[in-house]
Structures are given as C-alpha cells and as structure tokens.
Design a protein around this ligand. Structure first.
Ligand SMILES: NC(=O)c1ccc[n+]([C@@H]2O[C@H](COP(=O)([O-])OP(=O)(O)OC[C@H]3O[C@@H](n4cnc5c(N)ncnc54)[C@H](OP(=O)(O)O)[C@@H]3O)[C@@H](O)[C@H]2O)c1
Length: 282
C-alpha cells in the first residue's frame, strides 16, 4: 500500500510537516507521500472534494482551517469537539473523522525529557489562551495535574477557556501577567503559548522572569526561533528549558499513529529537527 497523506492550510509553503512525515514514513518502512494542499478560506469545500477524489488516507489541518473544518467532517473525536478544532483527519470506513493531537503531542514532548514532571502535586502556569493553549490546557487537566493557572492579555478569553472545559479535581485561577510575574516562583512548570517572541519579533518576551525559581521548568511552544528570548532568559537564570519544536514532532507522531497504526520511537528526531531549524535561522 502507498499512503497518501498531506496538509491543508494557508500559507503552508514553509511547513515542516513534509520533512517530519517523510522521516516517519522512512522509520516505519512504509511507502507513501505527504503533500501540501494550499487554498484560501473560500476554497475549503473544493480542497476537501479534491482530497476525496485523490483517495487521500489522511491529512493534517493548520491555520486558518482548524476550526472551520469541523463543519465539513463526518465524525469528530470527543476532545476535538470540546476544543472546537481539528488538526488531524483520518479516512475511516469511507468517512472522515477529525482529531486534535496538539495537546497530547505537547504532553509527550514534555514527558520525553522530563518523565517525572507531571503529577497531582505539579503546579503549572499557562501563558496564553489561544488555540494552542486550549489543547494544552485540556491535555493537562486530563493528566490530573494539581494546579493549572492561566495568564492571558485578555483575561475574559482565559475565563472563557476554563468555562468551556470545567474539570473537577484541578485547581485553576485566571491571572493578569502582572500577577503571574509576582507568583512566578510558585510554579514547577511555566508554559508559554502566546505568539510573543516569534520571528521576526525575536527580542520580545511576554513577561519578566525576575521572580523565577531555578527549580522551575520553562517551556515555550514558539519554535521560530528555537531559542526564544524567554527561554534564553530562563536558562540564564539557571532554570531547565523545553523547546517548542518537540511539540510539532510529537503531535505529528500521534497523527501518523492514527493514519498508519504505527507507534514510532522518534526521540532522535528532536535533535535532528533542532539542527534543521537552527540552520534555517542562521
Ligand atoms: N510548537 C508547536 O507545535 C505549536 C503548535 C501550535 C502553535 N504554536 C505557536 O503558538 C503560538 C500561538 O498559536 P495559537 O494558534 O494559539 O494562536 P492564537 O489562537 O492566535 O492565540 C494567540 C495567543 O497569543 C496572545 N498574544 C498575541 N499577541 C500578544 C501580545 N502582543 N501580548 C500578549 N499576548 C499576546 C493572545 O492573547 P489575547 O487572547 O489577549 O489576544 C493569545 O493568547 C504561535 O506562535 C504558534 O506558532 C506552536
């Protein structure tokens, strides 16, 4: 069998997904292709019709289609339904089923280097309340982490995020960035999910780390650049850091599992992708 896989979104010319899935196909010893299918907002129904005609086995979904695709699929996984977003679509028995692998992919990327970090005593600060934060927040509460606070520029958006997926047993509070800066030393893990610090604004940092404890792990899901200003600052203060490109790999690993049934060992690719990104950034 030759797998037909791909990505839909706009713009996707610089996507790393073809690189990632080519490596996954090679690792799995499978024949296949992973193509980019680019279109604008109005073209989504046509793109989907074309994919069905092509006989595609599955595809990833990125900006701006993650939310709007929900209305065009035959079935939606429970997590993706609650998140209101899909990043992976699988053809199952002639029907398209949508999943979200971002949150679970993030958890895998984190527990790979930090296997004992997440437990019921862990205290997490999530910075941001956008699409990526929603997936990560849901995955964290499913892990039954003790405390997950959220700080966001728009406090209302953070409150809406929590209200959309209340979960008993997890303490959550919404904070302003100023409050978060003050309480920073109380957290075991800080996860940065805003777009602040992303290329070309590489000298920006969403909040001050003045009160950071060196025992805290600081994670930034922004991966361009690979060493964000926030991660550099955290590292300079003696904290452990976690780079965003690993999430990209592990959400892809979960998508690949859904398409092919193969669960791959991809640890070594984290360094490979880092090298690729550093090369592109220099
Ligand atoms: N590593 C990965 O695999 C991966 C996966 C997904 C996303 N990402 C990255 O994560 C970032 C966010 O993506 P997303 O899809 O969640 O975007 P999104 O839904 O547009 O959310 C953007 C978030 O950034 C905040 N924000 C934007 N500009 C800000 C500023 N100047 N000051 C403070 N906060 C600001 C927004 O706050 P408000 O709510 O107040 O507007 C919101 O919380 C992007 O850089 C994206 O590339 C990485």
């Amino acid at each position: 069998m030759r797998y037909k896989l791909g990505l839909i979104g706009h713009p996707i010319g610089h996507s790393l997904s073809p690189w990632i899935h080519k490596h996954f196909l090679d690792l799995a010893g499978l024949d296949g292709e992973y193509k980019l299918y680019e279109g604008d907002h109005q073209q989504l129904p046509n793109v989907l019709k074309y994919l069905k005609q092509e006989g595609i086995d599955g595809f990833n979904v990125t900006v701006p289609y993650k939310q709007m695709i929900v209305d065009f699929l035959d079935e939606i996984d429970e997590d993706a339904r609650i998140l209101g977003a899909v990043n992976t679509v699988v053809l199952q028995n002639g029907k398209w089923k949508g999943y979200s692998t971002d949150g679970a992919g993030y958890i895998r990327s984190l527990t790979d280097p930090f296997p004992n970090l997440l437990n019921k005593n862990t205290s997490v600060l999530l910075l941001g309340a956008g699409g990526a934060a929603r997936g990560i927040y849901r995955a964290l509460i499913q892990e039954e982490i003790g405390r997950v606070d959220i700080a966001n520029r728009s406090v209302v958006k953070a409150e809406q995020l929590i209200a959309s997926m209340r979960f008993p047993g997890v303490d959550t509070q919404v904070l302003t960035f100023q409050e978060a800066e003050e309480y920073l030393g109380h957290y075991d893990l800080i996860i940065q999910t805003t777009s602040v610090g992303m290329k070309p604004h590489v000298d920006q940092q969403v909040l001050s780390l003045e009160n950071l404890s060196a025992d805290t792990v600081v994670s930034d899901i922004v991966y361009q650049p690979i060493m964000t200003q926030l991660l550099q600052d955290a590292s300079d203060r003696g904290a452990s850091i976690h780079h965003g490109h690993a999430m990209l790999l592990y959400q892809g690993q979960l998508a690949f599992e859904k398409w092919t049934g193969q669960s791959l060992e991809i640890h070594h690719l984290v360094d490979e992708l880092e090298k690729k990104l550093r090369g592109e950034n220099s």
